[in-house]
Design a binder for this molecule. Sequence first.
Ligand code: AN7
Length: 354
Amino acid sequence: MSEGLLKRYGDYLPLTADTPMLSMGEGDTPLVESRRLGKQFGIGRLFFKLEGCNPSGSFKDRGMVVAVAKAMEAGHTTILCASTGNTSASAAAYGAAAGLETVVLVPAGQIAEGKLSQAVAYGARVIKIDGNFDAALNVARELADSYNISLVNSVNPHRIEGQKTAAFEIIETLGDAPDNLFIPVGNAGNITAYWKGFKEAESDERASRLPQMMGFQAEGSAPIVKGHPIADPQTIASAIRIGNPASWSSALVARDESGGSIDTVSDDEILEAYKLLARMEGIFCEPASAASVAGVIKCSRGGMDFSSSTIVCIITGNGLKDPSVALALASHPLEESSADAQIVAGIVGAQLKQ
Ligand code: AN7
């Protein structure tokens, strides 16, 4: 039985004797070494941390298990979040497991179908807000100030504590921190959490060094890179369509203390990385997750020398979250045939050998 994060990393988490040991088997996700992309782009060693293997299909489960356990400990009966999709799926899953009511606020028409169907299936109250994610988060914060409910967005510090455990896992698997960590940036909670995790591990001498933090925002939703909030953020990567990140200042700290950078990738670059990851590595992620790989490709093409670097890309969410993007990018049109081997052989042609 997988023990979950609270048992495994309890010493590093804000647990008390009264915190319920909630678990859905989150964490302990695979760190897979690249077979082809790393070679193609001249990288010493390239790894993918497959956070889509968490119970609800994204990295959000790491922070959610801590936030929901703390909500139970505080005696709350309702949890609330605003979300571009994955936080709502994770909150709804852990809310169901914990026997709590879950209310999620999502930007109407802007979240991927897989994520919406998860929140519904887990039994959450889903409220579509007439506005973008930033507007929904403002509503959630206002409600949490006035009512006796737990806000489980990453403005809740327990979320960051849980998410930092991914940095511990990377260090345990590699034996030390990597040279560079490439990560998508939306509300900027995850880059904040990884940096906290790497720093804690280094100060406990579980790692001998710190990675450079390389964050990537989508070009049309890049407030941190542009230096001002974006009123109407746009990108195909709906998970990171965020114009005013809650953890903006701590993302800048992660960038500057680590000597890293936060840069943009275009939707075309995101989709190129998304396709390459699936077709060259067999890894199906959602578009936002591909921003990390798009970032590596952009840096490599821009002349950065990674030939003796160990790089980890965080693959934040599963491709099944957003199936419409995959279908729209099909390399072959879907073909049809009667149930006849000769006809199918004729269609597939040279690829079939006798
Ligand atoms: C797949 O679910 O903000 O920079 O409300 O779903 O920590 O926000 C999701 C964000 C990257 C960005 N990859 O992480 C939400 C939400 C995926 C994501 C991010 C998100 P943060």
